[in-house]
Design a protein around this ligand. Structure first.
Ligand SMILES: [Zn+2]
Length: 663
């Protein structure tokens, strides 16, 4: 673990800081996002070596599966699909024709980032170690003398270098290279990769920096990457360039393109935007960059814009699963309340980007609503994208698969696929899962904040003393979280525990005795001079919830979604009576749903059973009467966690269930 010392980063002249900088950066604050000491952040991340997930908890199992199955699977496919061969050709070591998408390098970089986080956590994997060493060396050899590094524009289209910013993804790929290098340096796994990334970044500063080309990339990503490289190195021109890319956006520099400037958020200056728009992954990566640059420069206008767009995204355009992006066309956000469950695009990368953006907002503001959104995306929109076996993936994540579905193309597949022609999602999952422990908790001068619950432990320093918190829980299946605190017995400090937005009742016990612990701003805050061995038990009630959408969401009017804790549930064909048609199922809203453990399913999940009917819907496509479907055959309906659907067999699924008509 290397803790980089950063130079001071004064707020830009005339810009009001968001709040006073926290007085100190805890040692080892070197996770996926690491605000510098001058940043105007509310909370500080812990280093990935300070938080551990136990493999017997759900998040720990996901991380272990990622390490043992998904990551090696990604490495194999980078070889099989030609990504590594492309770089070998760029290094002059092979004659192979370029294979795959022109931004195929980004899949290598994301896998490299994932491997770095994983090796930082668990350094013993020799296969992963050699992948990192070999790939870092290959990237160095593929780098051009001036620092440029992109296999497509080196091998296949050198004449187009820097000539198609709306389309080329050159800066996007550079951004992922930089993020891989930052991860490799922060974990100490491959410090040398930073030299490669910096040579490229220095070229970018020279070409696009002040006095250089007024250009931006059609696919944001470079902004957040340069901010992180600045945090690592303290080299201010990287941050200035990130800010310049934000400042230049929205001036129509990219031209109308195929889908118009809104597609790549070039239709309005970032500080003036009032709505999320266009390609959802691009929008969300851009928002992540806005928060990073905002906290490092003290530019409140960037954070205000990011929070304003969060309101629009979460209040009007986010699926109940936390997924973003309704439309297949343009892979874009839809109109307000345009959230069709069956035609949902809901790209996996957008859910991951939302998680990363919300983490940045949480660090910047300390507001629990961003942790709530991280949790919703993680347990639903992100988790669903990976099969239980860890080697099959969804690209698009609809909330309904109809009987007789005929998907066209990889992006509307009825089942998870082992790899994709455009393979952005699997390595994105890998890098998030490999760094997942870095998102559980934060520190502040007052104490420790726990945002996501999982069995594991947190080690940090509070008020100058070492503190250890052990966490035991069956979350998300049960809402009971048991914490044991050790260290820092002499000075009072505050343990802040998030009470999720979905939770309406909770209790807290300290050493077995009940305490009054109201929720303030999304957290219960317990301040004590904690004696070693003190136990805290937080119990979050998890009744089954029938969730309704805003009435303007026409596509699911008259339906409810079943949810419990952070999990959204769905119906699967495998749980319906033989011959039943999924679209005929109705939920009896008056019959209370019951939670129960199912041991024949992966993860032994809590499933929900409720009263259902199979409506008599008839054959006529249209009728003049409104009474159709009132009579029906009762049956016991079973709902399973949405993230587990599609692991047993292919077949129809739905999250939103029509309510049985009464009378
Ligand atoms: Zn993707």
């Amino acid at each position: 673990m290397t803790q980089q010392k950063l130079s001071d980063t004064p707020a830009a002249p005339g810009v009001r800081p968001i709040q006073a900088p926290a007085p100190s950066v805890p040692d080892g604050a070197t996770g996926p996002v690491a605000p510098g000491p001058g940043a105007v952040a509310a909370l500080w991340p812990l280093g990935p070596d300070q938080v551990r997930l136990d493999p017997d908890g759900l998040l720990g199992r996901w991380q272990r599966r990622n390490a043992t199955v998904t990551l090696p699977h990604c490495v194999d496919n980078l070889h099989g699909a030609g990504n590594i061969g492309n770089l070998r050709a760029a290094a002059g070591e092979a004659d192979e024709a370029f294979a795959g998408m022109w931004f195929a390098d980004s899949d290598v970089h994301k896998t490299l980032e994932a491997a770095a986080w994983e090796l930082g956590r668990s350094p013993g994997d020799a296969g992963l170690r050699s992948f990192v060493d070999d790939t870092a060396a290959l990237l160095a050899r593929a780098q051009q003398p001036d620092g440029y590094l992109n296999s497509y524009f080196t091998v296949a289209a050198p004449e187009d270098r820097w000539r198609r910013p709306e389309w080329s993804h050159e800066l996007y790929c550079a951004g992922h290279l930089i993020q891989a290098a930052v991860a490799a340096a922060r974990t100490g796994v491959s410090p040398g990769l930073v030299a490669v990334a910096r040579r490229f970044a220095d070229l970018l500063v020279e070409r696009f920096g002040p006095g250089g080309a007024d250009e931006v990339c059609g696919h944001p990503e470079i902004e957040t990457a340069l901010a992180e490289l600045y945090r690592l190195t303290g080299h201010r021109p990287y941050l200035d360039l990130a800010r310049r890319f934000l400042d230049l956006r929205g001036r129509g520099l990219l031209g109308p393109g195929r889908f118009g400037p809104v597609y790549y958020q070039d239709h309005v200056p970032v500080r003036e935007a009032t709505e999320v728009a266009g390609h959802s992954v691009r929008q969300l990566y851009l928002l992540a960059g806005m928060v990073d640059v905002g906290v490092e420069t003290g530019d409140r206008t960037l954070l205000d814009a990011a929070e304003r767009l969060w309101e629009d995204a979460v209040r009007r355009r986010t699926y109940v699963t936390g997924a973003h992006g309704s439309r297949h066309r343009d892979e874009a956000y839809g109109d307000p309340y345009e959230l069709p469950p069956d035609r949902a695009y809901a790209e996996t990368c957008a859910a991951i980007a939302s998680f990363q953006w919300n983490w940045r907002l949480l660090l910047a503001t300390g507001r629990a609503r961003y942790a709530d959104e991280m949790e919703r995306a993680l347990y639903n929109a992100v988790a669903v994208a990976v099969s239980h076996d860890g080697r099959h993936f969804f690209y698009s994540n609809p909330l309904q698969l109809r009987t007789g579905h005929t998907g066209a193309g990889e992006e509307s597949a009825a089942r998870r696929l082992p790899w994709y022609t455009c393979a952005c999602c699997p390595p994105n999952i890998a890098r998030l899962m490999a760094s997942l422990h870095g998102y559980l908790a934060t520190a502040h001068e007052d104490g420790l904040q726990i945002h996501l619950y999982a069995s594991g432990s947190v080690d940090t320093e509070v008020a100058g003393s070492a503190v250890r918190v052990d966490m035991r829980t069956e979350y998300p299946w049960r809402g009971r979280i048991e914490l044991t605190l050790d260290g820092a017995a002499t000075v009072p400090w505050t343990l802040a525990l998030r009470v999720p937005e979905w939770c309406e009742a909770h209790t807290v016990r300290i050493d077995g005795g009940p305490v009054i612990a109201p929720v303030r701003d999304g957290y219960v805050r317990l301040t004590r001079a904690w004696a070693p061995g003190t136990t805290v038990v937080l119990d979050l009630e998890m009744p089954v919830r029938q969730v309704s959408a805003h009435p303007r969401v026409d596509a699911v009017r008259g339906c409810v979604a079943l949810a419990r804790g952070p999990l959204v549930y769905c119906l699967e064909q495998a749980d319906l009576p033989p011959g039943a048609v999924m679209e005929d199922v109705r939920l009896d809203p008056a019959a209370p749903a019951v939670a129960d453990r199912r041991e024949d399913l992966p993860e032994f999940p809590v499933v929900l059973t409720a009263g259902g009917t199979l409506a008599d819907t008839g054959d006529a496509l249209y009728t003049a009467t409104s009474g159709r479907g009132r009579r029906g055959t009762p049956f016991t309906l079973t709902a399973v966690p949405y993230f587990l659907w599609g692991n047993r067999s292919e077949g129809p699924m739905r999250v939103w269930i029509p309510i049985a008509a009464t009378g």
